[in-house]
Design a protein around this ligand. Structure first.
Ligand code: HEM
Length: 220
């Protein structure tokens, strides 16, 4: 099968460090929250681990962010579609996930180098990476040292507000960590997207390049 290069190395490095880190943050976060009921590690070690992994992931975030800011690959998130086309594409994709997929309809989205995401993925990933992840990191940073960040904590409404936002983001990510791999497995074969996130290459049914002027089928 022809294959195209869709996940550059910095994105893959960021992604797998981030995925492992989020699983570890969720586990240590649950241990901190339910210290009296769980005994995975001691409370003290859970707090240390949670803080250190948090800092590693904040630094790691900038691999993803700076890569897209300084490369033309930002186009994968903004593939020259009019807002109306984007909206219609999202509805088509929703209909596929909610109905068409159960009838064996083909996926309306066809992967190419600069259109690697369907409109729903593109919107969701941007909301997560530019809003929810920064909110999780920012509130985590404030909770890490309440004294140092006391002015910011007061500005945002006090420690209860900051903690509530941090926990709400945590609940979101607990759901995301299940839904995201599930949706990623809705490919043929189911391992295709996982393999692509490991190797960079996605196998496509049609010849790469057809109707895709900006294709890349070798690593830049
Ligand atoms: C068990 C954990 C995870 C697995 C197995 C996983 C799997 C995958 C796979 C297979 C892809 C490529 C498929 C696609 O195009 O959608 C992908 C992309 C992506 N994932 Fe995950 N993921 C995990 C955790 C996470 C977490 C925790 C986040 C964010 C907090 C995340 C954010 C993203 C983003 C933003 C992309 C698109 C990356 C880009 O090309 O810019 N993933 N993931």
């Amino acid at each position: 099968m022809p294959r195209i290069y869709i996940h550059p190395l910095p994105v893959r490095i960021w992604h797998w460090i981030n995925a492992l880190g989020f699983v570890a943050l969720i586990l240590t976060g649950i241990q901190i929250r339910y210290a009296d009921r769980l005994g995975l590690v001691s409370f003290r070690n859970a707090v240390h681990l949670h803080n250190w992994i948090g800092f590693v992931l904040v630094a790691n975030f900038f691999i993803w962010f700076l890569f897209y800011v300084f490369s033309d690959k930002i186009r994968v998130y903004h593939p020259e579609l009019s807002p109306m086309k984007h909206f219609r594409g999202s509805l088509r994709q929703l209909q596929y996930y909610g109905y068409g997929i159960f009838r064996g309809d083909p996926n309306p989205h066809h992967v190419s180098a600069y259109h690697k995401f369907n409109p729903l993925q593109s919107t969701t990933y941007q909301i997560i990476m530019l809003l929810v992840v920064p909110l999780q990191f920012f509130t985590g940073l404030m909770l890490w040292d309440l004294e140092r960040f006391s002015a910011a904590v007061e500005f945002f409404g006090g420690v209860r507000v900051v903690d509530t936002v941090h926990v709400l983001c945590f609940i979101f990510f607990v759901g995301f960590i299940f839904i995201h791999p599930y949706l990623s497995s809705l490919a043929r074969p189911p391992s295709a997207h996982f393999k692509a996130m490991l190797t960079g290459y996605e196998e496509v049914e049609e010849e790469p390049g057809q109707g895709d002027a900006g294709r890349i089928d070798t690593p830049p």
